[in-house]
Design a protein around this ligand. Structure first.
Ligand SMILES: NC(=O)C1=CN([C@@H]2O[C@H](COP(=O)(O)OP(=O)(O)OC[C@H]3O[C@@H](n4cnc5c(N)ncnc54)[C@H](O)[C@@H]3O)[C@@H](O)[C@H]2O)C=CC1
Ligand SMILES: O=C(O)C(=O)COP(=O)(O)O
Length: 413
């Protein structure tokens, strides 16, 4: 029987959205040669067409991976999100199709925190309006409405990696940090966790959002929340565009209830740099608008490239799903001297019995077996000692694939 596992030159990698060169380098260093790199994202239709022979896909926040895309991706083993957020991926659909999804949980954390820190100072000093005024020839040399950050209350919504990193930096500026999070968190420095969103909104001079996109965070800041905010306070959103009702924000800025805002993410973002950016916030001088660049620094992008490509290569070469965001996590030792069989299956009763029966019937020594399951899928890894060139492993793989409920199976030599 022909070898079922692929030689590296047959493994196809597709990297979208201008993923950093460092990712390409990692794949090359590990012997992967078929790497396609595109500057842009692809639509669902284009993806369904191009993904059919792709084994590893790299995206950033723009590319939407739907059930339809996964159904078309017959050979896809894993997706790397070269960013933090994974809301652009239907993670459950990926799992149903046996596709493991990885991300870079903190490679751009610092970049976002630094940008937000800068925006806090800019907004408290009313720099956006002053700068816009100067561009029009308007000279407003005045301290009216301008404040130091020192002593002001910073309200952080979502005290995860970014929120807590910002908390430390803001305290060094002399700000008083309060935060709201659905989880009980370790407060760093002198930060104080408050019990309700309203409590935070009522007291903060600056409110900044660092929550993921979830059903609970959708339109979390709408007209009623904006109304609760202190008159003259400012709002920053570098999380996801669906968290803030942008029409309501535009009204709050126009009425000057809020003194300013800095918005990096939008409910609808242009699909490419050639598309026009449309937003009700355009033309409001007190609002800093940035094109979703919170995590876009050279340092962050280079680190993300290495981290996520490394995870994809490790999954390809070794089978490890450690730090996957949608899959049972299995951390595996090297399999030198053995053949490694990887079996992803629906979590049904009797699955392990059938797998082990195939191993028992083969009369081969099992050098190691690893198993992790969740309520939907199971991932079994079996290292077998064989003396031949791979024929026995191929035969076993073919048998494993006949087990009803098998989603994907492969062998590593
Ligand atoms: N603008 C940009 O370029 C970037 C944007 N992001 C966005 O920032 C988000 C946050 O990133 P991290 O801090 O790394 O995530 P994280 O997962 O470390 O922290 C998120 C925090 O939000 C909390 N949370 C979740 N739901 C909540 C709710 N309903 N109310 C209050 N708190 C809630 C969580 O408990 C957690 O503490 C990402 O999910 C991503 O969408 C991340 C990187 C770059
Ligand atoms: O890391 C994230 O979640 C981001 O939002 C950054 O997305 P990007 O890689 O800049 O498309």
């Amino acid at each position: 029987m022909a070898a079922v596992s692929l030689a590296k030159d047959k493994i196809k990698v597709l990297l979208l959205e201008g993923v950093h060169d460092s990712a390409v380098e990692v794949f090359k260093q590990h012997g992967y040669v078929s790497i396609e790199w595109l500057k842009t994202s692809l639509s669902e239709e284009e993806l369904c067409e191009r993904i059919q022979d792709v084994h590893f896909l790299g995206i950033r926040s723009r590319t939407q991976l739907t059930e339809k895309v996964f159904a078309a991706a017959q050979k896809l083993a894993a997706v790397g999100c070269f960013c933090i957020g994974t809301n652009q991926v239907d993670l459950e659909a990926a799992k149903r199709h046996g596709v493991v999804v990885f991300n870079a949980p903190f490679s751009n954390t610092r970049s976002v925190a630094e940008l937000v820190l800068a925006e806090i100072i800019m907004l408290l000093r009313r720099i956006p309006e002053r700068s816009a005024g100067c561009h029009r020839g308007d000279w407003q040399k005045s301290a009216a409405g301008s404040y130091e950050a020192r002593g002001k209350i910073l309200g952080i919504i979502g005290y995860g990696h970014i929120g807590s990193q910002l908390s430390i930096l803001a305290e060094q500026l002399g700000m008083q940090v309060r935060y709201y999070d659905i989880e009980t968190k370790l407060s760093l420095g002198n930060a104080l966790q408050v019990r309700s969103l309203n409590e935070l909104l009522q007291s903060a001079d600056v409110v900044t959002l660092h929550v993921p996109e979830t059903p609970q965070t959708q339109w979390m800041i709408s007209a009623s929340e904006l109304a609760v905010m202190k008159p003259g306070s400012v709002l920053i959103n570098a999380s996801r565009g669906t968290v803030v009702d942008i029409e309501a924000l535009a009204s709050a800025l126009k009425s000057e209830h809020l003194a300013g805002a800095a918005i990096d993410v939008f409910p609808l973002e242009p699909k490419s740099n050639n598309e026009e950016f449309l937003s009700p916030l355009r033309g409001i001088d007190s609002c800093i608008l940035t094109p979703h660049i919170g995590g876009s620094t050279q340092e962050a992008q280079a680190n993300i490239g290495v981290e996520v490509a490394g995870k994809l290569v490790h999954y390809s070469d070794n089978g490890s799903t450690l730090s996957a965001v949608n899959f049972p996590e299995v951390s595996l030792p090297s399999h030198a001297g053995t053949r490694r069989l990887l079996h992803i299956h629906e979590n049904r009763p009797g699955m392990l019995t059938q797998i082990n029966q195939i191993m028992a019937d083969a009369h081969l020594n099992v050098a190691g077996q690893y198993l992790q399951t969740d309520s939907k899928v199971g991932y079994v890894v079996i290292d077998i000692e064989v003396q031949d060139q791979g024929e026995q492993a191929d035969e076993l793989l073919a048998q494993l694939r006949t087990i009803p409920g098998t989603i994907r199976a492969r062998v590593l030599y």
